[in-house]
Design a protein around this ligand. Sequence first.
Ligand SMILES: C[S@@+](CC[C@H](N)C(=O)[O-])C[C@H]1O[C@@H](n2cnc3c(N)ncnc32)[C@H](O)[C@@H]1O
Length: 166
Amino acid sequence: MSLAISPEMGEFLFNLTLLKRPKAILELGSSRGVSTLYFAEALRVLGKGKVVATEIDESKCDTLWQNVQSMGLASYVDLFRGDVFSTVATMNESFDMVFIDIWASGYLDVFQKVEKLLKPGAIILADNMYTSSDEVLPFKNFLNNNPGISNMTLDFESGVELGIVL
Ligand SMILES: C[S@@+](CC[C@H](N)C(=O)[O-])C[C@H]1O[C@@H](n2cnc3c(N)ncnc32)[C@H](O)[C@@H]1O
Protein backbone atom coordinates (compact mmCIF):
# COMPACT_ATOMS: atom_id res chain seq x y z
CA MET A 1 0.00 0.00 0.00
CA SER A 2 1.28 3.43 -0.87
CA LEU A 3 1.35 6.05 1.87
CA ALA A 4 1.97 8.82 -0.63
CA ILE A 5 -0.61 11.50 -1.27
CA SER A 6 -3.04 10.96 -4.15
CA PRO A 7 -2.92 12.91 -7.42
CA GLU A 8 -6.02 14.83 -6.27
CA MET A 9 -4.30 15.88 -3.04
CA GLY A 10 -1.17 16.71 -5.04
CA GLU A 11 -3.14 19.04 -7.31
CA PHE A 12 -4.58 20.69 -4.24
CA LEU A 13 -1.10 21.28 -2.75
CA PHE A 14 0.18 22.51 -6.12
CA ASN A 15 -2.63 25.04 -6.56
CA LEU A 16 -2.56 26.21 -2.95
CA THR A 17 1.17 26.85 -3.31
CA LEU A 18 0.55 28.94 -6.43
CA LEU A 19 -2.08 30.91 -4.51
CA LYS A 20 0.08 31.49 -1.42
CA ARG A 21 3.37 32.21 -3.26
CA PRO A 22 5.38 31.02 -0.22
CA LYS A 23 9.01 31.80 0.39
CA ALA A 24 9.38 28.66 2.47
CA ILE A 25 7.30 25.52 2.99
CA LEU A 26 7.99 23.03 5.78
CA GLU A 27 7.00 19.44 4.97
CA LEU A 28 6.93 17.02 7.90
CA GLY A 29 7.10 13.43 6.62
CA SER A 30 8.24 13.43 3.01
CA SER A 31 8.70 9.71 2.35
CA ARG A 32 9.87 9.24 -1.25
CA GLY A 33 8.90 12.77 -2.20
CA VAL A 34 5.51 12.62 -3.91
CA SER A 35 4.13 15.62 -2.00
CA THR A 36 7.56 17.30 -2.12
CA LEU A 37 7.47 17.19 -5.92
CA TYR A 38 4.04 18.87 -6.10
CA PHE A 39 5.25 21.69 -3.83
CA ALA A 40 8.55 22.02 -5.69
CA GLU A 41 6.91 22.03 -9.11
CA ALA A 42 4.65 24.90 -8.00
CA LEU A 43 7.74 26.79 -6.75
CA ARG A 44 9.42 26.18 -10.11
CA VAL A 45 6.38 27.73 -11.84
CA LEU A 46 6.65 30.72 -9.49
CA GLY A 47 10.41 30.88 -10.03
CA LYS A 48 11.33 31.11 -6.35
CA GLY A 49 10.87 29.63 -2.89
CA LYS A 50 11.92 26.39 -1.27
CA VAL A 51 10.34 23.36 0.32
CA VAL A 52 12.11 21.90 3.35
CA ALA A 53 11.53 18.15 3.20
CA THR A 54 12.01 15.95 6.29
CA GLU A 55 12.21 12.18 6.44
CA ILE A 56 13.58 9.67 8.95
CA ASP A 57 13.98 6.66 6.64
CA GLU A 58 17.39 6.79 4.93
CA SER A 59 16.42 4.75 1.88
CA LYS A 60 13.30 6.86 1.34
CA CYS A 61 15.52 9.95 1.57
CA ASP A 62 17.77 8.55 -1.15
CA THR A 63 14.78 7.85 -3.40
CA LEU A 64 13.30 11.27 -2.67
CA TRP A 65 16.51 12.98 -3.70
CA GLN A 66 16.80 10.91 -6.89
CA ASN A 67 13.21 11.88 -7.75
CA VAL A 68 13.85 15.55 -7.06
CA GLN A 69 16.99 15.53 -9.19
CA SER A 70 15.45 13.62 -12.07
CA MET A 71 12.64 16.20 -12.20
CA GLY A 72 15.17 19.05 -12.22
CA LEU A 73 13.77 20.48 -8.98
CA ALA A 74 16.81 20.28 -6.68
CA SER A 75 17.17 24.05 -6.40
CA TYR A 76 13.71 24.26 -4.82
CA VAL A 77 14.17 21.50 -2.21
CA ASP A 78 16.24 21.21 1.00
CA LEU A 79 16.20 17.70 2.46
CA PHE A 80 16.70 17.13 6.20
CA ARG A 81 17.40 13.48 6.97
CA GLY A 82 16.51 12.11 10.39
CA ASP A 83 13.90 12.40 13.10
CA VAL A 84 11.79 15.45 12.43
CA PHE A 85 11.64 16.24 16.15
CA SER A 86 15.43 16.71 16.19
CA THR A 87 15.32 18.55 12.87
CA VAL A 88 12.76 21.15 13.91
CA ALA A 89 14.47 21.69 17.27
CA THR A 90 17.41 23.25 15.39
CA MET A 91 15.34 25.47 13.10
CA ASN A 92 14.88 29.18 13.56
CA GLU A 93 13.71 30.28 10.12
CA SER A 94 10.08 31.12 9.50
CA PHE A 95 7.64 29.41 7.15
CA ASP A 96 4.61 30.40 5.08
CA MET A 97 3.18 26.88 4.87
CA VAL A 98 3.50 23.66 6.85
CA PHE A 99 2.30 20.25 5.68
CA ILE A 100 2.05 17.59 8.40
CA ASP A 101 2.18 14.01 7.13
CA ILE A 102 4.23 12.00 9.66
CA TRP A 103 2.66 9.19 11.70
CA ALA A 104 -0.61 10.60 13.01
CA SER A 105 0.10 10.08 16.72
CA GLY A 106 2.89 12.66 16.43
CA TYR A 107 0.86 15.49 14.87
CA LEU A 108 0.21 17.49 18.04
CA ASP A 109 3.76 17.17 19.39
CA VAL A 110 5.36 18.20 16.14
CA PHE A 111 2.91 21.02 15.56
CA GLN A 112 3.62 22.48 18.99
CA LYS A 113 7.31 22.50 18.08
CA VAL A 114 6.84 24.27 14.74
CA GLU A 115 4.02 26.66 15.63
CA LYS A 116 6.49 29.39 16.62
CA LEU A 117 8.11 29.17 13.18
CA LEU A 118 4.90 30.04 11.31
CA LYS A 119 4.34 33.58 10.02
CA PRO A 120 1.01 35.39 10.40
CA GLY A 121 -1.12 34.22 7.49
CA ALA A 122 0.76 30.94 7.25
CA ILE A 123 -1.19 27.95 5.95
CA ILE A 124 -1.33 24.79 8.05
CA LEU A 125 -2.13 21.52 6.25
CA ALA A 126 -2.42 18.06 7.75
CA ASP A 127 -3.34 14.84 5.96
CA ASN A 128 -5.25 11.79 7.24
CA MET A 129 -7.74 13.63 9.45
CA TYR A 130 -10.40 11.01 8.58
CA THR A 131 -8.23 7.95 8.09
CA SER A 132 -6.46 8.44 11.45
CA SER A 133 -9.24 10.33 13.21
CA ASP A 134 -8.61 8.88 16.66
CA GLU A 135 -4.88 9.51 16.61
CA VAL A 136 -5.17 13.06 15.28
CA LEU A 137 -7.89 14.06 17.76
CA PRO A 138 -5.50 15.82 20.22
CA PHE A 139 -4.12 17.85 17.30
CA LYS A 140 -7.62 18.65 16.01
CA ASN A 141 -8.76 19.74 19.48
CA PHE A 142 -5.65 21.86 19.91
CA LEU A 143 -6.38 23.74 16.68
CA ASN A 144 -10.08 24.08 17.48
CA ASN A 145 -9.27 25.66 20.85
CA ASN A 146 -6.46 27.89 19.61
CA PRO A 147 -7.60 31.52 19.29
CA GLY A 148 -4.61 32.26 17.06
CA ILE A 149 -5.69 29.80 14.38
CA SER A 150 -8.73 29.52 12.13
CA ASN A 151 -9.21 25.96 10.88
CA MET A 152 -11.56 23.48 9.24
CA THR A 153 -11.43 19.94 7.91
CA LEU A 154 -11.78 19.74 4.14
CA ASP A 155 -14.06 16.91 3.16
CA PHE A 156 -12.02 15.23 0.47
CA GLU A 157 -9.62 12.36 0.20
CA SER A 158 -8.33 11.16 3.57
CA GLY A 159 -9.56 14.34 5.29
CA VAL A 160 -7.35 17.38 5.07
CA GLU A 161 -7.03 19.92 7.86
CA LEU A 162 -6.64 23.48 6.62
CA GLY A 163 -5.63 26.14 9.11
CA ILE A 164 -4.58 29.77 8.89
CA VAL A 165 -2.34 31.49 11.44
CA LEU A 166 -4.07 34.73 12.43
C1 LIG B 1 2.43 9.12 5.06
S1 LIG B 1 4.15 9.08 4.76
C2 LIG B 1 4.47 10.60 3.96
C3 LIG B 1 4.02 10.62 2.52
C4 LIG B 1 4.56 11.79 1.72
N1 LIG B 1 4.08 13.05 2.26
C5 LIG B 1 4.18 11.62 0.27
O1 LIG B 1 3.21 12.23 -0.19
O2 LIG B 1 4.83 10.83 -0.41
C6 LIG B 1 4.80 9.38 6.35
C7 LIG B 1 6.31 9.47 6.40
O3 LIG B 1 6.68 10.11 7.61
C8 LIG B 1 7.90 9.55 8.01
N2 LIG B 1 8.03 9.79 9.44
C9 LIG B 1 7.27 9.29 10.45
N3 LIG B 1 7.70 9.74 11.63
C10 LIG B 1 8.78 10.54 11.37
C11 LIG B 1 9.67 11.29 12.19
N4 LIG B 1 9.55 11.30 13.53
N5 LIG B 1 10.64 12.00 11.59
C12 LIG B 1 10.76 12.02 10.23
N6 LIG B 1 9.95 11.31 9.41
C13 LIG B 1 8.97 10.58 9.97
C14 LIG B 1 7.77 8.06 7.67
O4 LIG B 1 9.04 7.45 7.57
C15 LIG B 1 7.00 8.12 6.37
O5 LIG B 1 7.86 8.06 5.26
